[in-house]
Write a protein that binds this ligand. Structure first.
Ligand SMILES: NC(=O)c1ccc[n+]([C@@H]2O[C@H](COP(=O)([O-])OP(=O)(O)OC[C@H]3O[C@@H](n4cnc5c(N)ncnc54)[C@H](OP(=O)(O)O)[C@@H]3O)[C@@H](O)[C@H]2O)c1
Length: 370
């Protein structure tokens, strides 16, 4: 990223905000459940003086990192660009709006106003009270909303952001022939799955897939492996509790939650495990479940890797915010299990897209927002 940022060179407003967005992505997964934020500092001649991003949850915000080596004299009459409104409250770190107003900037340019009720407009106000002009930059609004879709869902709806990921063969199957477990996508796709998983607080799968595939549902990053919390969909947790599979044995019991259908919302704790029951026909019950996962379990996001039956259920239930599909290069044939029992991939899914979004060494990757 440093090579893309040209210190000492002139930046237009668009270029400065775009750079701030690109830099913010470096915090991917490391800042959860905070938003990714980037900051760019220009002097009065609009030349790039400094930049920074929120690197790790609980540590310095983007503004702090961008301003830590900046002298006031360098930015007299200059501009500071932030992808998200500077915070105005004492959280894990002091308010960034206080820091920004200590510098003699003439302008603060904000990409997204912060919907967090603790901030919303207050950060901008604190800065403008100092006589610094505060502007919003709307050109990249869609990109900014996409970048922080998890955070925005959390703040606006007080619930976790849900994503589904499936790895499909060229003929849209999720298993090998005869329904046997098989790798249907390549190594490059699998690395991307790890990258995606890293941005989510909780992994999720059906008990049936745990039993059949024995997956780890871990995240591997720079040769380090870790195991986020796990949510297991099943009707009877007793069938899966004692499974000798790494997804369960590598986690503390407290990290595992079983989710089953029932008449009403209920949470039962036993031997460290958590058993959540929900009535999917009742919106209040679903709301209670969502609030429980978000506020009590502190899950900002849930990454589900369903087989066909669970996929169909989640699709019909409309609980998913984003779908990720990886399509491999080999077909698995008619005896392999299709991604869905009811949907046709080309008609029901691909129709929503005009072109494949990414190509991972021959595998295609599609991303669809619900
Ligand atoms: N390629 C991929 O991306 C991918 C991803 C996942 C799985 N797979 C493959 O898919 C195969 C399994 O697919 P599948 O369609 O047979 O099974 P599945 O969709 O993984 O799981 C079905 C099971 O999920 C549980 N379930 C479904 N809806 C539920 C709900 N509303 N609440 C709670 N539990 C619910 C039920 O568990 P109970 O039986 O306990 O009631 C049901 O039997 C595996 O062999 C695996 O290899 C592939």
């Amino acid at each position: 990223m440093k090579s893309k940022a040209r210190l000492g060179e002139k930046y237009s407003d668009d270029e400065a905000m775009k750079l701030a967005i690109d830099i913010a992505y470096q915090g991917w997964g490391d800042v959860k459940s905070n938003p990714m934020v980037g900051c760019v500092v220009l002097n009065s001649e609009k030349k790039l003086v400094s930049f920074g991003y929120h690197e790790k949850y609980g540590e310095g915000h983007a503004e702090v990192n961008a301003l830590k080596n900046v002298e006031a004299s360098q930015v007299e009459g200059g501009s500071i660009f932030v992808t998200l409104e500077p915070c105005s409250h004492y959280g894990k770190t002091p308010p960034c709006a206080e820091l920004v107003r200590q510098f003699p900037f003439s302008r603060l340019v904000i990409g997204l106003m912060d919907p967090n009720p603790l901030v919303n407009g207050k950060g901008a106000m604190l800065v403008s009270e100092k006589g610094i002009l505060v502007e919003t930059h709307s050109k990249y609004l869609q990109e900014l909303e996409y970048q922080n879709s998890i955070f925005l869902t959390n703040m606006k709806e007080k619930r976790p952001f849900w994503a589904v990921k499936q790895g499909l063969s060229k003929d849209y199957k999720i298993t090998g022939p005869e329904g046997k477990t098989a790798r249907v996508t390549n190594e490059h796709s699998r690395k991307e799955v790890y990258r995606l998983r890293h941005a989510f607080s909780c992994m999720s799968v059906s008990g049936k897939t745990l039993l059949q595939d024995s997956p780890k549902l871990s995240v591997v990053r720079e040769d380090q492996e870790y195991y986020p919390d796990l949510l297991v969909f099943c009707t009877d947790p007793n069938k899966y509790l004692a499974l000798d599979v790494p997804a369960l044995t590598q986690r503390q019991a407290e990290q595992v939650c079983f989710l089953s259908p029932a008449k009403e919302f209920k949470v039962i704790k036993d031997n460290g495990f958590e058993f959540v029951q929900v009535n999917w026909q009742d919106q209040d019950s679903i709301l209670q479940m969502q609030q429980y996962f978000y506020s009590t379990r502190k899950w900002s996001s849930i990454f589900v890797e369903p087989g066909a039956e669970l996929f169909d259920f989640l699709w019909q239930q409309k609980v998913i915010d984003r779908y990720y599909f990886f399509i491999g290069q080999n077909s698995q044939g008619s005896t392999a299990k299709s991604f869905s029992k009811h949907l046709n991939f080309e008609q029901d899914i691909l129709r929503k897209l005009s072109v494949p979004q990414k190509n991972f060494s021959g595998d295609y990757f599609f991303e669809i927002d619900a």
